[in-house]
Design a protein around this ligand. Sequence first.
Ligand code: HEC
Length: 153
Amino acid sequence: MNVRLNLLFAALLGLTATTAMAAAAPDAATLAKGHSLFENNCSACHQAHGEGMPGVFPNLAKSDFLAADPQRAVHFVLHGHSGQITVNGVTYDGTMPDVGASLSNQDVADILTYVLNSWGNPGGQIQPDAVAQIRSGGNSGSGSGATEGGSKK
Ligand code: HEC
């Protein structure tokens, strides 16, 4: 086998991967806006770096609950939530208020996009259209699948 050809191929593969990642990343303006909205609406409970307070406010940083179903997080923000949930093996039985009820679809999308791209979370992007759909009661797919999301490894 030709070593130089292999090297070239490896370099090309690397280049493709970098380009794909860049295309998937949300733009800096969205993240900056999401960041300040997060500080105003979420960090009082979930803390500045999403670390939460074990047993009281669940972590958003590296949350397996969030990663399993980001659409479900839109429900939490728009409608609040009370009842038992398990995040990274810790059980919470608190109440989150419907903070997003007074925010625009764009604001809710930007906050969650920021959260998904921060503190070791897996990335991704929430679109305002998806928020609008969930706000109006459309259950875009997260209903039946949601119970399977939290399964333990
Ligand atoms: C008044 C405190 C409070 C505020 C403000 C708040 N939350 Fe929560 N949040 C909670 C509590 C408590 C829970 C757990 C609810 C339960 O036990 O059912 C929770 C759960 C969550 C979850 C699901 C669990 C997890 O860790 O993945 C997400 C996602 C979330 N909140 C995101 C947000 C975002 C984004 C904001 C800001 C728009 C926000 N929260 C504002 C208290 C709060």
